[in-house]
Design a protein around this ligand. Sequence first.
Ligand SMILES: *Cc1c(COP(=O)(O)O)cnc(C)c1O
Ligand SMILES: [Zn+2]
Length: 446
Amino acid sequence: MSQFRAEFKCIAGCKGSYPLDSIIYRCPSCGSLLEVSHDMEQLKLRNGEAWRELFDSRNGTNKWPYGSGVWRKKEWVIPGINDENIVSMYEGNTNLFRAKRFGAKLGMNDVWVKMCGTSHTGSFKDLGMTVLVSMVNEMISRGKNIKAVACASTGDTSAALAAYAAYAGIPSIVFLPRNKISIAQLVQPMANDAIVISLDTNFDGCMKIVQEITKDNTIYLANSMNSLRIEGQKTIAVEMAQQFDWEIPDVVIIPGGNLGNVAALGAGFKMMYELGLINKKPRIVLAQAENANPLYLSFLRKFEEFSPVVPKKTLASAIQIGDPVSVHKAIKTLKEFDGIVEQASEDELADAAALADKTGMYTCPHTGVALAVLIKLVEKQKISKTDRVIVISTAHGLKFSEFKVGYHEKRLDGVSSKYANMPIELEASADKVREVLERELAARRA
Ligand SMILES: *Cc1c(COP(=O)(O)O)cnc(C)c1O
Ligand SMILES: [Zn+2]
């Protein structure tokens, strides 16, 4: 047994705590979400420097389970879990991309992109799913009757759940909004043997169904209202700090839909701060698509109220959410981190993604939202050109080929495709080719 302890507690502060292997998603007294609460007094027995050294010493190791960027911080994630029950694909460990040419276009020299999509199923959802599925695996090994894990998804959660469940040999059920996710995202859970249910509704509608289905406690709910996932996702804050030798950036920009990930990011920084690993907190910027912007609207009113919206179609399909389940956690986080919420239109997000691609990235539309927000906040002088900024890239561009092709073929609604770059079809003549190359190279020099 670990000397460290963690349990579920109500985020609204109600009394009571629940073991991490209990099947519970909301506070029984007030209905708020739960969070994993760590015994900070125990954790403080090791000082900040000692924690930094411990985590650094595990970098690059293959020793189970510390080869995972998540489980390398096991004491801060789920300290009590049996290593043998951990379901890991050595997720995390993603690179920080120095966005040199992209930054230069904004007059900046210190812009970085955290490539969370360079991961087993192509999105940051792997970070949380390793924790949730590991806990389910532990519960099954302790004799709990769990028949399956289930989630509603805008595409990436289901891909991650299906893969981790298949790895562990646990059946998975995924509810997807019909025709609202990319082909790659639909094929992933199919390939990983999930029961794939395509519903004639949007994400919020799928969410209602999965909550209904999982009232039967033998089907375990894997959505991010399940706070185990937050524990895995928060490790990206630690990983980024570590990648900068524990220096903290000025600003972190993250795209948000259901708003679990921004809460996770804040939780990671907060834990490092409280345990003395770092002595500064970054400003956190939450980026939303204008077509699904309930938190942006709330931010304009200083978070005094929050109203769900009916989300419109957006190319950033993974954040097409109007009624985010983690909104209260997100608002709390943004208040603590001097937060800003900014939005991006379809045209802005698509051009920002394409501009980034022109400088060597291969961005998904959600990363496009975050990059567009960076551009806007620099223009509005809310981000200084000398700031060190990290943009969280949430998924791999290869999952969104329809978006890419549609952009370059100028087929996307409301998108002008300023940077479209189509193949040039020519007869097989060297003279013709030379002529075209001269023209094209001149255009690129201009
Ligand atoms: C899930 C997801 C998001 C949004 O994360 P939330 O925790 O729902 O705010 C953003 N981008 C991608 C690619 C995602 O899969
Ligand atoms: Zn409560």
